[in-house]
Ligand binder design. Structure first.
Ligand code: HPA
Length: 282
């Protein structure tokens, strides 16, 4: 017995959600922005917003994590039509992988070609401090389940997708250039995904660090894999909210992650706005 929703049923669910979103806004979003823990305030920067609670979108999973509101905001950022997810779906909430990446498939159905993923993460490097930002250059996802497991959705992409450039090199370069111009410290590095919900143990942090992980988190990778499978251009931004377990005297808590995430939200908005700005001086 397969534990998968059949391709046909899943596809119909994707289409129903896409139809509802399309019917709610006369414009066509070009970029999906997914907000991580504490970064909810970023949604306030969207102008002329049309707000769709996830409960109003048929087939959409529901967010359960404090700090993840559960609504889709359609509107404008730097004069670009965007869709912003205030609240994402994590594997640890009990969602199936098909549900974790459901919004990405819906956006692909809507022909959105660009995705910006933000998250809160623990830093493993000595030069990374709470409140710092990191642009994701690559990830480690092989230790957990793939969102592409099960029958391939041929409509979106190939069975064995290349993963050489999951994160768009030109977008990484632009992020670094914008950060430099704004005087924002922006690290670049590798993000490793664990399923959670428990934070890593110090031994796991040492292992992941040895494997080349600079930042650790519980999201982003399934969405990035699914986005790259469907041919989307991806930018990943991590807000380093804490030293990873065992690297400082402090124990970790979701509350701390939220507080530091909120503190860094303003800088993240500034950086994202500059990245999105298409004006000649932008
Ligand atoms: N580990 C995993 N996920 C996280 C962390 C962490 O240290 N901080 C914020 N999200």
């Amino acid at each position: 017995m397969s534990d998968f929703e059949s391709t046909a049923v899943y596809q119909r669910r994707v289409e129903a959600a896409a139809d509802t979103i399309q019917g709610a806004w006369q414009d066509q979003p070009e970029i999906l922005i997914v907000l991580g823990s504490g970064l909810g305030p970023l949604a306030d920067a969207v102008t002329k917003p049309v707000i769709l609670p996830y409960t109003s979108i048929p087939g959409f999973p529901q967010a359960t994590v404090p700090g993840h509101e559960g609504r889709l905001i359609l509107g404008w950022l730097q004069e670009q039509p965007v869709a912003v997810m205030q609240g994402r779906f994590h594997y640890y909430e009990g969602h199936s992988m098909q549900d974790v990446v459901f919004p990405i498939r819906v956006m692909q159905q809507l022909d959105i070609k660009k995705l910006i993923l933000t998250n809160a993460a623990g830093g493993t490097r000595d030069d990374m401090h709470p409140g710092d930002l990191m642009v994701i250059t690559d990830h480690i996802g092989m230790l957990s389940e793939s969102p592409l497991r099960g029958p391939n959705l041929d409509r979106f992409g190939t069975r064995f997708p290349d993963q050489t450039h999951v994160y768009d090199p030109a977008w990484i370069e632009r992020a670094q250039m914008c950060a430099k111009r704004l005087g924002i410290k922006l690290h670049s590095g590798v993000y490793a995904w664990s399923r959670g919900p428990q934070f890593e143990t110090p031994a796991e942090v040492r292992l992941l660090k040895m494997l080349g992980a600079d930042a650790l988190g519980m999201s982003t990778v399934p969405e990035a894999i699914t986005a790259s499978h469907g041919g989307m251009k991806v930018l990943g931004l991590s807000c380093i909210t804490n030293y990873a377990a065992g690297l400082s005297d402090q124990s970790l808590s979701h509350e701390e992650v939220m507080i530091v995430g909120k503190q860094a939200a303003e800088q993240t908005i500034q950086l994202l706005s500059a990245i999105l700005d298409r004006s000649p001086e932008g």
